[in-house]
Structure formats: structure tokens, C-alpha cells
Design a protein around this ligand. Structure first.
Ligand code: KIV
Ligand code: NA
Length: 270
């Protein structure tokens, strides 16, 4: 069972596998397959709750999903993704929200979309015993400010800002860093600059690990994100099962004799 220390030590040694999960059943499948880290992503908003973005996701929702994922997981490290405005507004409130994921729900760590404002918070949380996974590059909670889900760090100036913030979050105590939607050569430079592992999504092969949204990986999503890959076809598998069920009910084939129970005593009811 990887601890944050073990994840940290995987940097440069062994590729870290990370996937999202939002419920106990999916978590148990992801866990049994030997995945190192399970992220209870705020991507639950788009992937599972029908929202257009991650912004509406609440602390209560992430807490509830985190508890479910923890109950479905035996080995993987479980990281709770802190939702929009649950951190960074007020320090004691931020600590309370993050602490709740460990104290009440059993998570091992939290992930925070990083900026220069989260350096101090990362240090404070780490000191208190709440391990922090940082997140730089495209930070989807800033979609309104960024004007879309666009690639980040594409100019030397923007790239330098990301390298600088990565270093500052490592110094503040972050145990790993997600790099989202940045040029592969920038991700390589950040990975070289840090001792802690980088975990990429849309960031090329040079990171210490990779993360994707589970719905995209198993083929449950009805769209294909540009940097993901569908490794299965769960959506059509489910659709096929549902169609067969509907047909069987409509034709009277289900339930059959073997699904039914008759009680002898009831024969004389009328
Ligand atoms: O919410 C999420 O799924 C994420 C990963 C894509 C890193 O933040
Ligand atoms: Na997220």
C-alpha cells in the first residue's frame, strides 16, 4: 500500500499510475488492478454529475465521494481533490475542509489547484499532517479566467512561471505535482527540476506518472478528450445489457421460472 513517502520515492524510478474514481465499486476495480493512486477528482462534476464544469462541485459532494472511494479501496493511495472555493478564501476554513477529507472520510492526501496563493497553504497543511498534491498548468477551476481549457505554459515567460511555482510548492512540502495540458518539453523540464514526482495529463511522456479520468479510460464518456485514450468500451457494453433487459421484459422472457418463487400456502388464498 503506497504511502505518500513511497509515492515521492517513485520519482525517476518507476512510473506512477493514477486514475480517478468517484464511487466504491469503481474504486475497487481500479484498486484491484494495481493502480498506485486514486484521485477523487472534482472532474466528478463533468464526468458523473452532468455539470458543464467542475465549478459547482461542493465540499460535501467530494467528502461523500471520498468516503465511498476509501471504502472501496484496499491498497491505493486515495487523494481527495479540493473543489472550487473550498480553499484559498480563508486559511482556517481551507484547513478545515482539507482536514475533513482525512479525519472524517479516510483520504490519505488532498490535491489543490496551485497558484502563488497556495504556497503558504501547502506549507501549513503539510506541517499539520495533511499531505498535499500540487497541480499546475491547466487548472480547470480557473476556466472563466483562462477563457477555456487551453494549453498552458506555451511561452517562455509562462513556462518559467510554472517552473518557479513548481519549485515553490515542492519547497512548501507538496509530495507530488500534477501537470495538466502543458507542452511535453516543459513537463520534462519541470520533472528534471523537482525531486518530487510529476504526474502528467496531456503533458507528454516525460513525467514520473500519468493520470486520466476513469470514464474516459474505460470508454464510459460520450466524448473524447484530446489527450486521453479509450482503453475499453464500457458504454456500449452497458447499452447492450440495458437493451437486452428491456427486450426480455417486453417479450416476457424475464423474469423466468428460475427467477420466481411460489409459496404453496398461498394457493388457497381465494
Ligand atoms: O479532477 C480531476 O480529475 C483532475 C485530474 C484530471 C488531474 O484534477
Ligand atoms: Na480536478
Amino acid at each position: 500500500m503506497p504511502s505518500v513517502t513511497e509515492i515521492r520515492e517513485m520519482a525517476g524510478e518507476q512510473s506512477i499510475t493514477m486514475l480517478t474514481a468517484y464511487d466504491a465499486v469503481t474504486a475497487s476495480i481500479v484498486d484491484a488492478a494495481g493502480t498506485d493512486v486514486i484521485l477523487v477528482g472534482d472532474s466528478v462534476g463533468n464526468a458523473d454529475m452532468g455539470y458543464e464544469s467542475t465549478l459547482p462541485v461542493t465540499v460535501d459532494e467530494i467528502a461523500s465521494r471520498t468516503g465511498a472511494v476509501v471504502r472501496g479501496t484496499e491498497d491505493a493511495l486515495v487523494v481527495a481533490d479540493m473543489p472550487f472555493l473550498s480553499f484559498g478564501v480563508d486559511q482556517s476554513e481551507s484547513i478545515e475542509h482539507c482536514g475533513r477529507m482525512l479525519k472524517e472520510e479516510g483520504a490519505d492526501a488532498v490535491k489543490i489547484e496551485s497558484s502563488k496563493r497556495t504556497v503558504e497553504l501547502t506549507e501549513r497543511l503539510t506541517e499539520l499532517g495533511i499531505p498535499v498534491m500540487a497541480h499546475l498548468g491547466l487548472t480547470p477551476q480557473k476556466v472563466n479566467e483562462l477563457g477555456g481549457y487551453t494549453r498552458q505554459g506555451t511561452t517562455p515567460e509562462a513556462a518559467r512561471r510554472i517552473i518557479d511555482l513548481a519549485n515553490r510548492h515542492e519547497e512548501a512540502g507538496a509530495f507530488s505535482l500534477v501537470l495538466e495540458h502543458v507542452p511535453a518539453n516543459l513537463a520534462e523540464k519541470v520533472t528534471d527540476a523537482l525531486d518530487i514526482p510529476t504526474i502528467g495529463i496531456g503533458a507528454g511522456p516525460g513525467c514520473d506518472g500519468q493520470v486520466l479520468v476513469i470514464n474516459d479510460v474505460v470508454g464510459l464518456s460520450d466524448w473524447e478528450p484530446p489527450f486521453s485514450e479509450q482503453f475499453g468500451d464500457v458504454r456500449s457494453e452497458m447499452a447492450g445489457a440495458v437493451e437486452k433487459y428491456n427486450d426480455a421484459v417486453e417479450s416476457g422472457d424475464f423474469p423466468a421460472e428460475e427467477h420466481s418463487h411460489y409459496e404453496d400456502d398461498l394457493d388457497e388464498l381465494y
